[in-house]
Design a protein around this ligand. Structure first.
Ligand SMILES: C[S@@+](CC[C@H](N)C(=O)[O-])C[C@H]1O[C@@H](n2cnc3c(N)ncnc32)[C@H](O)[C@@H]1O
Length: 252
């Protein structure tokens, strides 16, 4: 069963597919990498983390095990029903309006590269709005060579992830096609990516009232940003892709 689809995003394969083309069963299968280590090194112990785009909890669960209190946000109820040990909020991140703020807001999985600039602004608005004044926002961005030397393949969890192609579809936006190949099953995802130079990335943060505090990894893909003091410059935006029905935030 599939959920609604975001324009330019699609997925194939068994099980539920999210609006951005992710397969729920695939994310159940994928092991976590070094994300929890990078996050744990960058934030205070036992911090309250708002995780945006949590999926099934691949990163959430190790964070909970390490003593963090996590609120997991995703627009896919089929993803969120797999999350354990964390409060869940089902909504597009761009529409997130929680009446509380968090020590840490986490925007991983390259979501900042959303193909639609309105969505990107909405994601950063949600980050800025939900972080405490002395808190931080952790962002995972693409490496500079992410769209080069394709096709590219790596082994994972008894299968292979093959980035097949990345083609320009309009100025500044690429359509990326990825295959997930396992002996018993095959999934694909096609999604939009808006590559951001370091300068463009920092400008996007500044527009939202955030400033880079540190690049946390040698490849500069993990970033810690701090809220710029003063009233947030991230004014409410017309929400891109807002759904007329079924878009209400649901918390559990
Ligand atoms: C690539 S998966 C990664 C999931 C998780 N972060 C992980 O690393 O395993 C992206 C997830 O973000 C969710 N997502 C993407 N864009 C979103 C948006 N604008 N609002 C809410 N959820 C979103 C998708 O539904 C999906 O579960």
């Amino acid at each position: 069963m599939s959920e609604r689809v975001r324009a330019g995003y699609r997925g194939t394969g068994p099980g539920a597919i999210t609006p951005d083309g992710c397969a729920v069963e695939l994310y159940e299968r994928l092991p976590v990498g070094d994300e929890p280590d990078v996050i744990a090194r960058a934030v205070p112990a036992r911090a309250r983390i708002l995780e945006l785009g949590s999926g099934v909890g691949r990163v959430t669960h190790p964070l909970v095990e390490r003593g963090f209190t996590v609120t997991a946000v995703d627009e896919s109820p089929r993803m969120l029903e797999r999350v354990r040990g964390a409060r869940t909020v089902c909504t597009p991140i761009e529409d997130l309006e929680l009446d509380e703020r968090f020590d840490v807001v986490l925007l991983a999985s390259f979501l900042i590269h959303a193909g639609d600039p309105l969505v990107r602004r909405g994601l950063l608005r949600a980050c800025r709005q939900h972080v405490t004044d002395d808190g931080c926002v952790l962002i995972q961005r693409e490496s500079e060579d992410r769209h080069e030397n394709l096709p590219r393949e790596r082994k994972i969890a008894g299968g292979r992830i093959r980035v097949v192609s990345s083609e320009p579809v309009r100025p500044g936006v690429r359509s990326v096609h990825v295959e997930y190949l396992f002996p018993d099953v095959r999934w694909t995802q096609t999604f939009l990516s808006h590559p951001l130079t370091t300068q463009a990335f920092e400008e996007a943060l500044a527009e939202a009232g955030l400033a880079v505090d540190a690049y946390l990894t040698g490849d500069r893909t993990w970033v810690r940003a701090l809220p710029v003091p003063g009233p947030s410059r991230a004014a409410p935006l017309p929400r891109a892709g807002k759904r007329a029905a079924g878009a209400d935030a649901a918390t559990s």
